[in-house]
Design a protein around this ligand. Structure first.
Ligand SMILES: [Zn+2]
Ligand SMILES: [Zn+2]
Length: 270
């Protein structure tokens, strides 16, 4: 018989410890796929188009687990590519320091979102009713209704353990994307013991590891700066881009249409 304190501690779905681990990894992995495929490759770089049947779940998941506005994310990211590692770069570790970007990169994100010269880079991102009214482009506080809803879901499912899972979910993108990719992915000193560059680019980007699995392929950050419009981030035969695998699967079932791939060197769709 479960007591009230059991419900408080473990919620309505008690799991063994590895069950919580699998749930957390699946949830955070979906968030990583949302950020790399939807926010980054489809919206910021327009490397592919997504069917509304896939775009809407991605938008919803981004709101539920990150609270990040597509417009802000796009503008800040495009500005990063335009100013790569120069003094204007919103999150270069060469400007802001590697430790600050790694552990507090999300602060740089919110600072950049307040700069008009940054925000003019998202004019092509359309505002529809959902984006304006529910996901918070009109009232910014609504952006965080999604992460609040996620907290309620985690608490109901897993009680106090769910709170810990939610904290991990909320820190996932600020650390792995805003921290590791924006920080270590631009810190070439790192190449002396782990990272590498396939080609000299004007910025200081570095591939972190050749197998882009944990962060969905974003680990191949030097390749991405070489071919920013490409939907595929792997370049060498031994490199692996998990985001690209998902995109190919989505394409096979008609949920995505790739517009540009670096190794074909052609624009597939105008
Ligand atoms: Zn970069
Ligand atoms: Zn990019």
């Amino acid at each position: 018989m479960r007591t009230f304190s059991d419900y408080l501690l473990f919620g309505s779905v008690p799991l063994p410890w590895w069950g919580y681990l699998i749930y957390t990894l699946v949830m955070t992995h979906i968030t990583i796929v949302t950020v790399t495929v939807y926010y980054h490759r489809a919206k910021a770089h327009r490397a592919l188009e997504l069917h509304p049947g896939l775009e809407h779940p991605f938008r919803f998941w981004g709101w539920l687990t990150t609270g990040m506005s597509v417009k802000e994310w796009t503008a800040i990211h495009r500005y990063h590519h335009a100013k790569d590692d120069g003094p204007e770069d919103p999150h270069s570790p060469w400007v802001h320091g590697i430790w600050f970007v790694l552990f507090a990169g999300v602060i740089l994100y919110y600072k950049a979102a307040k700069r008009p010269e940054v925000m003019m880079h998202c004019r092509d991102i359309a505002d529809d009713w959902i984006e304006t009214n529910l996901y918070g482009n009109r009232r910014k506080s609504r952006r965080f209704y999604g992460v609040g809803l996620m907290l309620i879901i985690d608490l109901v499912l897993f009680g106090f353990v769910g709170l810990a899972i939610w904290v991990v979910q909320m820190l996932w993108i600020p650390f792995w994307a805003a921290g590791v990719i924006n920080g270590i992915g631009h810190w070439p000193l790192f190449k002396y013991f782990l990272g590498y560059r396939n080609e000299e680019t004007t910025d200081k980007s570095s591939n972190i590891v050749p197998w882009g699995i944990w962060i969905g392929g974003e680990e191949l950050h030097n390749n991405h700066h070489m071919y920013p419009k490409s939907a595929k981030l792997s370049v060498k035969w031994y490199e692996f881009d998990l985001g690209w695998l998902y995109i190919r699967l989505f394409e096979m079932v008609g949920l995505a249409r790739v517009k540009y791939i670096h190794d074909q060197n052609v624009q597939k769709v105008a």
